[in-house]
Design a protein around this ligand. Structure first.
Ligand code: ADP
Length: 156
């Protein structure tokens, strides 16, 4: 059984993340979205909120799970018997950072393979950072964030 983990902050989950994880769900038997506390990044939305929104966005897919990521991604992967670590690549700008993390993770866990997927073109410019900025000035993020999540955000 092929199991992939998709670690990230998801602050908040965007259509870009959903695109990546649904592509992976067609390639692997199971994908575990691993939502990190990322305290160092001081996320705008708390962990429970980010997890709830990931679950809302991905509820249609039986082989996608959403869990809290505590500790290192490599340890999380081992606990879940995952052999694939999934990351998204939007543009060249992501490349250097992602390659560095992949190299570090390979050093820590040689058995875990990092796999990069590229999103559909229309999602390649979306970032959680820009979404947060739009939200903070009261703008409409429905083009960038899954509809179920936008509805939940409006209720809040
Ligand atoms: P992190 O804090 O680990 O960078 P993010 O939640 O920002 O977590 O991103 C998780 C992963 O999703 C990263 O590999 C990132 O490059 C990727 N990603 C983010 N936005 C997009 C997007 N619009 N399209 C494809 N991949 C994306």
């Amino acid at each position: 059984m092929s199991i992939a983990i998709y670690p990230g902050t998801f602050d908040p989950i965007t259509k870009g993340h959903v695109d990546i994880v649904t592509r992976a769900a067609r390639l692997f038997d199971r994908v575990v979205v691993a939502v990190a506390e990322s305290a160092r990044k001081t996320p705008a939305f708390n962990l429970e909120q980010r997890i709830e929104w990931c679950k809302l966005a991905l509820s249609d897919h039986a082989n996608i799970l959403v869990e809290t990521l505590t500790g290192l991604s490599v340890d999380f992967a081992r606990r879940h018997q995952a052999t694939i670590l999934l990351r998204g690549l939007r543009a060249v700008a992501d490349f250097e950072y992602e390659l560095q993390i992949a190299a570090m993770n390979r050093h820590l866990a040689p058995e875990l393979e990092t796999v990069f997927l590229a999103p559909a073109e229309q999602y390649s410019f979306i970032s959680s950072t820009i979404v947060r900025e739009i939200i903070s000035i009261g703008g409409d993020v429905s083009a960038f964030v899954p509809a179920a999540v936008v509805a939940a955000m409006r209720q809040r």
